[in-house]
Design a protein. Structure first.
Length: 1030
């Protein structure tokens, strides 16, 4: 059967049928209502923007968000799953601007803010139906009908309450700070927004070494390096390192000051005229390179700790309006902070020669003007990592802007304490990426100079400047005397009222909230707390679980932690999982333009959602690593999981229907058959392991363990039980086999339910259960079946089989040829004899023999662990190595090794077996050594040939789509070698194929024909049809 669906079952179509059933029977709703009154398990669903269709990152997160609730529901908990929509902010505004053809903020103002926000409202849920259809097709259960929206008044009112609460606790202030700023969007961004995803990425810019003329020495200049020449019109100081040496060198007719440590990168054989420390340069004055002298306190040399001696000249140009370090230095020295750049990123009239020009576009002209005036020493293009806007992709600048801030820096200690109570997956995120971020938390600019968002709830008097912060709609209505219909601008700005301190009028300040502040308020805002659902929120806060991709440690995870810490002094979640990024097959970012990834909906319609789920969740991406994704990984899942398990189910159904078996639930005690016991051990161990690994959210181990069970069931249990199942009649032994199989299949389906929900449902239904598997409790497999001693035996047998097959392959001896014998050492004689018959059948061997030792086939060797011994032994290592290779060592009573006068501890070496040089028919695995008799005589070749003939005739049965029990007529047409084969093996061949008649002439109207190349002799033609005597 192909994964594309040409065969007995097409898994995507099967999933469609399951979806129809879930919808018809309201299975999701039943799973919630059935747990009414049970403990509630809370997980927060980070709200996505609905301005585009889901991508693989959303898909991965959604699968995790489906596995956890399904599992917790089966454990007996009620797990509400409420969807949410992130409606506000730059993502939505940017899409509307593109659709309307707007190029700047001015276009919005001319169009009208109310109309613009109406367009945003229309766009917000443009793809909502597509999202719903996509998420449903994935098999994720979630409540779309009760979804919260960040643009709803109820949600925004709670956001206002959160801000006021922070304000009342002293965590809010208004101020001018250096912050990331997008000139295209004309708004502030937070520090973490400037570090989201790949916001910092390579950009080519012009850097320049500029000469600042010393005021009292016209022929002497300070040489400063800058990567932002557009900030030179705002220069007010030059910074040097106080304790570093600076030199004045001869440069033609001029003299240049720079750090001595930077000379080598700029000059070959400089002539040094003067030398002093940076502290001695402090206070010297210079002339501006662009414009006039700004202020008497400006244009002087100062010292700063941040000046480094790496790239550049050791002299830093200071523009306090465009750099955080610069601004702090400006405050320290009471320097002016001129800002000649407008909100749209163009120069103001303060710089007449560049007025109206974009700062980046003006850079070449600035450099040209410096060159013509003799002030440009050198310019060069550099490639450096530079921040870009996370929505419009334009380069950011750092700029002094008035904004409302959350004083996150004052919460650092509490943030660290709250984070200590969170279990992180991967664990290193706790003290690493997230821990580092909160330990260095910086004040968060939460206001945006935009339009589509919850309003900053601050009213200011136009006369005395008194400020009032509103935390509810009721407060706004009480003060303004008007009903609040819509909290969005411009409607909210119509609410003005008299100042209580003077005769002035209170009006709302401009600006809306950062959309990350809104999403960070989700734990309480989605419940309209504290205005409604107060008890419900308090009983379910903090959340049990959240998951998003790794970058959200500086996004949603961070904003929730800051707001929760500030408002409630508590961590907002108990368990947090971070996954990595899914890259295209070529290792690059998935790109619509490059079309370097498969359409996810097409992929699900081809292979099924369960296959995609397994391919993603079983990968390292769930451990925070990035992965390269390809369709082949999904196709491989169908082969390794779906097909094997489905074939096991069909095998069971076919033969139980033939034998008219109905399960009673009685497995028989004690279990007489060792294979039955082993299968139930594997089932019990699987259930135990899944519960253990769900504690650490280790999906890769869970799916690996699931695959192991499927393989045990398919290639071990059923394969070894074929003779038991195929015999006629339904005796007690066969009935027990069926009972064990039914028990294993039905309970495995329940164990599989959270991890492969479609396949689990289909299998459970095929087994005759009327209720959904997703309405069942988590199975509790009787621990009496656990037998790790038995499991070790079976593991040894599987390893032995693999070793024999490997030796055959190495020597070019086909598996189809029987061997006279194999001899095995390093295994208990009783164990080998117990499974000898099985091994003979499985390995195609006439006799399996036990050997007391393997001295004639293998020899022990000592392998030194150099990584441990190298440092400890030093020069003595060579002598020890030589002695060990020569066999000149002894093992002492403590298990250590003594060689060349040195004692090697047991953990510093390994003792292994290796095959003796002259032998090629010996295999070693673990402590077992197996010797194979590879002499294939004529009789063994005939057996091999008839086995190949049987295999090809079985293929013809499948090609003819015959049932397991249908008898056939076959024709085998060949020469003397075929006659010889059939003389010896005709009865065996007929028994394997349910043959009624074996003919040596052509069949009439055969259903299938083929030609076979046997190991010896001419090609053989084979034919097959339903038996005419059946």
């Amino acid at each position: 059967m192909s994964t594309e669906g040409s065969g007995p079952v097409r898994f995507p179509a099967m999933e469609d049928a399951v979806l129809e059933r879930w919808e018809k029977e309201k299975t999701f709703e039943q799973s919630i209502s059935a747990r009414e009154g049970k403990p509630v398990y809370v997980f927060y669903d980070g709200p996505p923007f609905a301005t585009g269709l889901p991508h693989y990152g959303h898909i991965l997160t959604s699968y995790i968000k489906d596995v956890i609730p399904r599992y917790q529901t089966m454990l007996g908990k009620q797990v509400p799953r409420r969807w949410g929509w992130d409606c506000h902010g730059l993502p939505v505004e940017f899409e509307v601007e593109k659709a309307m053809g707007f190029k700047s903020k001015r276009d919005i103002l001319e169009f009208g803010v109310e109309q613009f926000n109406d367009e945003c409202r229309e766009l917000v849920l443009k793809y909502a139906d597509d999202w719903r259809g996509f998420v449903n097709r994935m098999g994720r259960w979630v409540d779309f009908d009760g979804a919260y929206k960040t643009m709803d008044n109820d949600y925004m009112e709670s956001v206002l309450w959160g801000f006021k609460t922070l304000h009342d606790k002293g965590h809010v202030y208004e101020g001018g700070k250096i912050v990331p700023y997008c000139v295209r969007c004309q708004t502030v961004l937070s520090n973490f927004e400037a570090r989201l995803d790949d916001a910092f990425r390579p950009r080519r810019d012009m850097s320049a070494y500029v000469k600042f003329r010393q005021q009292d020495r016209p022929d002497t200049f300070f040489l400063a390096w800058t990567t932002t020449p557009w900030t030179l019109p705002a220069n007010v100081a030059l910074a040097v390192a106080a304790d570093e040496n600076y030199v004045c060198i001869e440069h033609g007719e001029e003299r240049l000051w720079l750090a001595e440590g930077c000379l080598g990168g700029l000059f070959d054989e400089p002539v040094i005229l003067e030398r002093c420390t940076g502290a001695e340069l402090a206070g010297l004055r210079y002339l501006p390179v662009v414009g006039e002298v700004i202020d008497a306190s400006a244009h002087r040399v100062v010292t700063a700790d941040f000046v480094q001696m790496g790239d550049g000249s050791g002299i830093v140009h200071i523009a306090p309006a465009f750099g955080e370090d610069d601004a702090l230095l400006g405050q320290q020295y009471e320097l002016p902070a001129p800002n000649p750049v407008r909100d749209d990123g163009t120069f103001s009239d303060a710089v007449a020669q560049y007025a109206g020009q974009n700062i980046f576009e003006a850079t070449p002209r600035i450099l040209a003007d410096l060159k013509s005036s003799g002030l440009l020493f050198k310019q060069e293009q550099i490639e450096h990592n530079y921040p870009h806007c996370w929505r419009c992709d334009n380069p950011l600048i750092y700029r002094a802007v008035e904004s409302w801030f959350i004083r996150a820096s004052a919460l650092r200690e509490q943030l660290v304490e709250n984070n200590s109570q969170v279990n992180w997956v991967p664990e290193h995120v706790k003290e690493g990426r997230f821990g580092d971020w909160i330990r260095n938390a910086r004040d968060w600019a939460v206001s945006r100079n935009r339009f589509w968002g919850a309003p900053i709830p601050v009213w200011r008097c136009d006369q005395c400047g008194t400020v009032e912060v509103m935390g509810s709609i009721a407060q706004i209505e009480a003060r303004s005397g008007r009903k609040v219909e819509d909290l969005h601008v411009p409607h909210i700005d119509e609410h003005r009222f008299a100042c209580q301190c003077c005769e002035g009028t209170m009006s709302r300040v401009t600006g809306v909230f950062d959309c990350w502040f809104e999403s960070g308020a989700m734990p309480f805002a989605s419940r309209h707390y504290p205005f409604e659902n107060k008890q419900e929120f308090e009983q379910t806060f903090p959340a049990d679980f959240i998951v998003e991709y790794l970058a959200q440690t500086r996004g949603w995870f961070y904003t929730m932690m800051v707001i929760s810490t500030g408002c409630f002094e508590q961590n907002p979640f108990k368990n947090a999982m971070c996954h990595g990024v899914i890259l295209a097959k070529d290792g690059r970012k998935m790109s619509k333009r490059l079309k370097n990834y498969p359409n996810p909906m097409d992929l699900m319609q081809t292979h099924g959602s369960d296959a995609l789920r397994v391919a993603l969740l079983a990968s390292p991406v769930c451990k925070g690593e990035d992965i390269k994704f390809s369709e082949e990984s999904v196709r491989d899942v169908v082969r390794r999981y779906h097909l094997l398990f489905w074939n096991c189910l069909q095998f069971y159904k076919t033969f139980t229907e033939i034998d008219q078996f109905s399960p009673s639930g009685d497995l028989g005690q004690p279990l007489d058959n060792v294979l039955d016991h082993y299968l139930l051990h594997e089932l019990a161990a699987l259930e135990s392991d899944i519960k253990m690994w769900m504690e650490s959210l280790d999906f890769s181990k869970i799916y690996s363990r699931i695959e192991v069970f499927i393989n045990v069931l398919s290639t071990w249990y059923l394969r070894l039980n074929k003779a038991r199942i195929w015999r006629d009649g339904l005796d007690d032994d066969k009935r027990q086999c069926y009972e064990v199989l039914h028990y294993a299949l039905s309970n495995f389906a329940r164990l599989l339910a959270p991890f492969m929900p479609f396949l689990a449902e289909a299998v459970y239904t095929e087994l005759g259960y009327a209720d959904s598997v997703h309405l069942q409790d988590w199975p509790s497999i009787d621990r009496q079946y656990l037998s790790y001693e038995l499991a070790d035996e079976m593991s040894s047998l599987r390893n032995l089989i693999a070793s024999v097959r490997n030796v055959r392959e190495t020597n070019g001896v086909s598996q189809k040829f029987p061997l006279r014998s194999i001899r095995v050492a390093g295994i208990e004689q009783a164990v080998l004899e117990r499974y000898a018959q099985f091994l003979e059948e499985e390995l195609n061997v006439k006799q399996v023999q036990w050997a007391a030792d393997a001295d004639e086939w293998a020899q022990p060797v000592v392998v030194l662990i150099f990584s441990l011994l190298g440092k400890r032994l030093g020069p003595a290592m060579k002598a020890v190595t030589t002695a060990v290779k020569a066999g000149e060592y002894v093992i002492d009573e403590q298990g250590g090794l003594v060689a060349a006068g040195q004692t090697i501890q047991p953990h510093e070496f390994e003792r292994r077996l290796t095959v003796r040089d002259t032998l090629n028919n010996v295999g070693i695995v673990e402590n077992m050594v197996v010797w194979l008799d590879l002499d294939i005589d004529a009789s063994l070749k005939r057996e091999g040939a008839v086995r190949e003939l049987n295999r090809r005739l079985q293929d013809l049965r499948k090609k003819a789509k015959l049932g397991y029990t249908e008898k056939v007529d076959i024709a085998v047409l060949g020469g003397a070698y075929v006659d010889e084969i059939l003389v010896h093996h005709e009865d065996w061949l007929k028994s394997q194929l349910l043959v009624q008649s074996l003919l040596r002439s052509d069949l009439e109207a055969p259903l299938a024909v083929d030609e076979v190349e046997l190991p010896e002799g001419d090609p053989v033609r084979i034919q097959l049809r339903r038996s005419v005597l059946a």
